[in-house]
Design a protein around this ligand. Structure first.
Ligand SMILES: NC(=O)c1ccc[n+]([C@@H]2O[C@H](COP(=O)([O-])OP(=O)(O)OC[C@H]3O[C@@H](n4cnc5c(N)ncnc54)[C@H](O)[C@@H]3O)[C@@H](O)[C@H]2O)c1
Length: 352
């Protein structure tokens, strides 16, 4: 994918040879405000792979931030390297100086391979960073509101499908009991749902056995997909929904935290053909970005939680729009995001 064949506003290569920093910052859109998106630190096989990832991820953030109701555009950064071997104070601070050099067009945060402590280090060189540790006035672990938002999106899907916004009495399958999956398990159990789960990590399995002995465990995501479920919640890696899993799926709703759940374009149509209601991933998992975005104004948990609660209304609106226009929910979500970017972004043409 070449930069000029996409619609990105700006792509910046950042290189600091002594510290080993090789980063790419991509700004997809600033129509709604400064671009916000995390920094992924990952050992890509090639520079092309890194560019491809950052272009995809920054576009996704523009859509996610737009539907989260944030006055923020979409951006993302990748640092090409192995976080376990290559991360150092000098490298992170060099990266922070490049973020600062963009003058506020891009705000960074955590992503795969970067943590709140890393953002504290980046913050020594730039004001345009969020997702810092609580001791530095940051929002802390974003999985808390991510899980809360997924639960709200799932409630809206339940209402659309079964007429009532609750998971009480439903069987919900969670693939991935990580940071988000754990919080989601609690929300569902508190709501009266029966939870079935799977995880490849022994530690995660032991955690659920000791914390929620009523949770049924199955061995592997394939078994979970084929289990007798009302709702399937992918909360591990991307690509959970492909031709095979959609064919095997028995749940009537899919709503989960994982990013990029649709393995390829067209899966959203397969889901619709099988009458599976799909609550789009980037809509229901936006609680995390809502949490870190709140930090820009001085973090207030109650305010951030209230904003994340609106994921219920947004999901409901998307499902209704999809039904009215006869398109899959993923298409309706994209249309709504594009509409907000155009309608609200256009207001800047009114000279102040
Ligand atoms: N944490 C957030 O705020 C946030 C925000 C938005 C989206 N997400 C997305 O949600 C997903 C979960 O995030 P997280 O923060 O909980 O990550 P995490 O790394 O804490 O948890 C992921 C869990 O999935 C398990 N897992 C991995 N492969 C698996 C497999 N094949 N089958 C079953 N389990 C498997 C891991 O063992 C781990 O317990 C990710 O896709 C992430 O990108 C997270």
């Amino acid at each position: 994918m070449g930069v000029f064949t996409t619609s990105h506003e700006q792509v910046v290569y950042c290189h600091d040879r002594p510290s080993g920093l090789r980063a790419i910052i991509a700004i997809y859109s600033t129509a709604l405000g400064p671009a916000l998106g995390g920094t992924r630190f990952y050992p890509y096989a090639s520079e092309d792979d890194a560019l491809h990832d950052v272009l995809d991820l920054s576009r996704g953030m523009a859509y996610k931030n737009a539907l989260a109701g944030l006055d923020l555009g979409g951006g993302k950064a990748v640092i090409w390297g192995d976080p376990d071997k290559d991360k150092s104070e000098a490298l992170l601070r060099a990266y922070g100086r490049f973020v600062q050099s963009l003058g506020g067009r891009y705000y960074t945060a955590c992503d795969v391979g970067t943590y709140v402590q890393d953002m504290d280090t980046v913050a020594k060189e730039t004001r345009f960073v969020t997702g810092r540790s609580e001791s530095h006035g940051g929002a802390g672990d974003s999985s808390v509101l991510t899980a809360y938002g997924v639960f709200q999106g799932m409630r809206a899907a339940a209402e659309h499908r079964w007429g009532s916004p609750t998971l009480a009495g439903r069987r919900v399958g969670i693939a991935g009991l990580g940071k988000v999956g754990k919080h989601l398990t609690k929300h569902l159990i508190d709501d009266g749902a029966a939870v079935v789960a799977t995880d490849v990590s022994e530690r995660a399995v032991e955690w659920v056995q000791s914390t929620y002995p009523q949770v049924d465990l199955v061995d592997g995501a394939d078994k979970l997909v084929a289990a007798d479920l009302d709702v399937y919640a992918p909360c591990a890696l991307g690509g959970a929904l492909n031709d095979e899993t959609v064919a095997a799926l028995r749940a009537k709703i899919v709503a989960g935290a994982a990013n990029n759940q649709l393995a390829h374009p067209g899966v959203e149509k397969l889901l619709a053909e099988r009458d599976v209601l799909y609550a789009p991933d980037y809509v229901v998992n936006s609680g995390g970005v809502i949490q870190v975005a709140d930090e820009i104004d001085g973090f207030n948990f109650a305010r951030a939680q209230q904003r994340a609660g609106r994921i219920f209304d947004t999901t409901r609106e998307i499902l209704q729009l999809a039904a009215a226009e006869g398109v899959p929910p993923a298409v309706a979500a994209d249309r709504l995001a594009e509409r907000r970017m155009a309608d609200v972004g256009r207001l800047r043409t009114i000279l102040l």
